[in-house]
Design a protein around this ligand. Sequence first.
Ligand code: NAP
Length: 248
Amino acid sequence: MGLLTGKIALITGASKGIGRSIATTYAAQGAAVAFTYLSSEAKALELQAELEAAGVKAKAYRSDAANMAEAEALLTAVLADFGGLDIIVNNAGITKDGLLMRMSEEQWDTVVNTNLKSCFNMTKASLKHLMKQKSGSIVNITSIVGIKGNAGQANYAASKAGIIGFTKSVALELGSRGIRCNAVAPGFIETEMTAVLDEKIKDEWTKGIPLKRGGDPVEVANAVVFLGSDLSSYVTGQVLQVDGGLLT
Ligand code: NAP
């Protein structure tokens, strides 16, 4: 028996990086896995095939997390295909970095809509189902940048800080309905998102991390397993930092 046996999970943005690790780790713990992608179709279909080959019920959906109508259509499709939904992981996220002096309105809107509005979209779309079911776990992927701020990432930091406020509010509103909502705040994790960073910046980050290394996506996925599973049945409204001690 896995920690998620019998659970149906929906993970946004799982074609690569942390989302992909969450999908494979969830599957290894017994969950059926619905997941989304936006542009990386080949990678998403590859993941679906990999999970199915391992005997897991899995399906990839192309769905723009920033779009409310697409979130509603996704929820309908997942309920029809999987027959239920227990865990939602709002993971889809992007960066469009730049100093505020040079940040365009488009850079702001795209990042805030993809990272923050996406959490509203998916949570709102699934609310009726979860309330009727009287159970559910929502896990939102924020960032330590949302706690601390970061020069050159005003849009990203604001979106991630917003996720924390949203998470706590949902926990307060829906706790009495048996629905939990928590956030995971990764630090510096080795994915395509961080691969674009300058080596010098990466070295600086690493020096400041008590564990003296970047994190592996699986190390974030393990925290998301805990919060999605019944092991965390009395945990809601929390932000779990997975950052090698960086913000300590
Ligand atoms: P990544 O490797 O760039 O992967 C991002 C994923 O999000 C991809 O699967 C991408 O799908 C999907 N995505 C992007 N925009 C989307 C949209 N509009 N609709 C649906 N899916 C969308 O990034 P990552 O490093 O794994 O990051 C995953 C999450 O962790 C993000 O929320 C990020 O902010 C957070 N995080 C990462 C770090 C880190 O160090 N890596 C640290 C803190 C927090 P397509 O490729 O198909 O478009």
